[in-house]
Structure formats: C-alpha cells, structure tokens
Design a protein around this ligand. Structure first.
Ligand SMILES: NC(=O)c1ccc[n+]([C@@H]2O[C@H](COP(=O)([O-])OP(=O)(O)OC[C@H]3O[C@@H](n4cnc5c(N)ncnc54)[C@H](OP(=O)(O)O)[C@@H]3O)[C@@H](O)[C@H]2O)c1
Length: 230
C-alpha cells in the first residue's frame, strides 16, 4: 500500500491569480474545461476541498457525465469519488450539497476539540475522523491511503492548496488560467503565503500546455511519482 495517494491538485485562476470573488463563487472555466475536469474526477478515488469552499461554493463534487458514471460502475466503483473535507470548527451544514447529493462516501477530518460537536450534527451524513489537535495534511493523506484511496484530487481552496504544496504532497498540478481579472485583494488567491519547494533555484517541471477554447491548461509534474495518465 502507498504511504499516501497519488495527489493531483486542480485549480482555475484568473489572469491575476485569484480563485474566486471576495464572498461568492466565481465561474472561471468554460464548458470544455468543466468536461475535462469531469474526466479527471472520474479517474480519482476521492476529491478533497476545504470547509470554506463547502460553505461558499456549495459544490456537489459529482461526476456529471452518465457515460463516465457507468464506466465507474462497471469497474465496481461508486458513480462519483469519495468526498473529503477538512475543518477545524466544523461549522458545516449537513444539508449542503457536499453531504446531501450523491451516494459516495463523505469523510470529514476535524480538529480534535470539535470532533464531538461534528459527530453530533454531521454523524448521520458523513464519517467524522479525528484529525488531531491540528489537522496535518500528511497524516490526513496517509489515513486516506489506509481507506483505499490511491488517487486523490484536491480542488481548493487556497488554504488547502497552500498546505498541500508547502508540505510537498502534490504529484501533479493542473492549473487553468481564465481570461479575466478579479482585481480585488480581498478575494482568495490560488495560494496564501508560505515556503514552497519550487522557487528560483528549483523550478517546477512544466509537462504540458493546452488551449481549451479561451482558457489554457498548464500541467506541472511536482514529484518523481508524476504519471502522464491524461
Ligand atoms: N477556482 C477554483 O478552482 C476554486 C476551487 C475551490 C475553491 N475556490 C474558492 O476558494 C475560496 C475558498 O478558499 P479558502 O482558502 O478561503 O478556503 P478553503 O481552503 O476552501 O478552506 C479553508 C478552511 O478549511 C479548513 N481547514 C483548512 N486547513 C485545515 C487544517 N489543517 N485543519 C483544520 N481545518 C482546516 C478550515 O475550516 P473551518 O473554517 O471550518 O475550521 C479553513 O477555514 C472560495 O472563494 C472558493 O470559491 C476556487
């Protein structure tokens, strides 16, 4: 068994590096790219987002294409991957689409002090895992591997990206640049401040550039485990 899943971070950004508006969801991508992301989702065992993304975007995190859902079913898998979120204070609505839509397993990694609270209101809709005093992503990914997750897709937001990248837990980055500016420094960025393994001395390896209508997909290999599966 792997010590952690193959991890693919997928994100779309504006030209000026933002991933959303200050208080609401922002659609940055286009239909062609949504379909590409759908295929990537279908190829994964789990999708992880931060609790703020659950609260702000209310994402369903489902595989949309019926053909891809059927292909997963034929392989004995749930129609959509497991949904995973991480939270400290567990202020999540059990009626959010993350929990309420789809049959896939839902897992919430919660900081120890709030686990009892979380189990009380999310217990009926999700598996609540005690993530420790502070939830550490390396431990979280090891726990996902133990639950059978071999391929993990990280889909935001910036706080989660920062931890996965600074802790060197990402094997592949798929970054889509959308042709627009947000221009508001209160809006969330792709990453927060941090010490990243890639810098002027160690540049990330760009493996592919693809134009999809009016957006561009940049694929980076961030670890020796990178697999060119797409
Ligand atoms: N463009 C894109 O591709 C894309 C994709 C996804 C999201 N977004 C945007 O990203 C924005 C949200 O990003 P964000 O950076 O503000 O938030 P985020 O990364 O989605 O979530 C942050 C929250 O996750 C929990 N969390 C993160 N790390 C944790 C840890 N180690 N231990 C315990 N809990 C932890 C905390 O939840 P609690 O507060 O519950 O304790 C924290 O407040 C939204 O505007 C959304 O629209 C964009």
């Amino acid at each position: 068994m792997l010590d952690r899943p193959y991890t693919l971070l997928s994100c779309s950004v504006s030209i000026d590096g933002y991933i959303g508006n200050a208080a609401s969801r922002l659609l940055l991508s286009n239909e062609a790219d949504f379909d590409r992301v759908d295929a990537v989702r279908a190829s994964c065992d789990a999708i992880l987002v931060g609790a703020t993304t659950v609260r702000v975007d209310n994402p369903r995190l489902l595989v949309r294409s019926q053909a891809r859902r059927d292909q997963r079913a034929a392989r004995g898998l749930a129609a959509s991957p497991m949904k995973v979120t991480v939270t400290r204070r567990a202020e999540l609505d059990a009626r959010a689409d993350f929990f309420a839509v789809g049959d896939a397993e839902k897992v919430v990694y919660c900081a120890s002090p709030w686990v009892a609270d979380a189990r009380k209101h999310l217990g009926p809709v999700a598996t609540v895992v005690d993530g420790g005093e502070t939830v550490e992503m390396r431990r979280l990914t090891a726990d996902l591997a133990a639950r059978g997750v071999e391929r993990l897709m990280v889909e935001g937001g910036g706080t989660v990206h920062t931890q996965f990248l600074t802790e060197d837990l990402v094997d592949e980055l798929q970054l889509v640049v959308a042709p627009m500016f947000v221009g508001d420094s209160d809006a969330p960025r792709f990453v927060r401040d941090g010490t990243f393994p890639w810098n002027t001395r160690r540049r990330a390896a760009l493996v592919d550039v693809r134009k999809l209508g009016d957006v561009v997909l940049l694929r980076y290999a961030l670890s020796p485990r990178f697999r060119d599966a797409e």
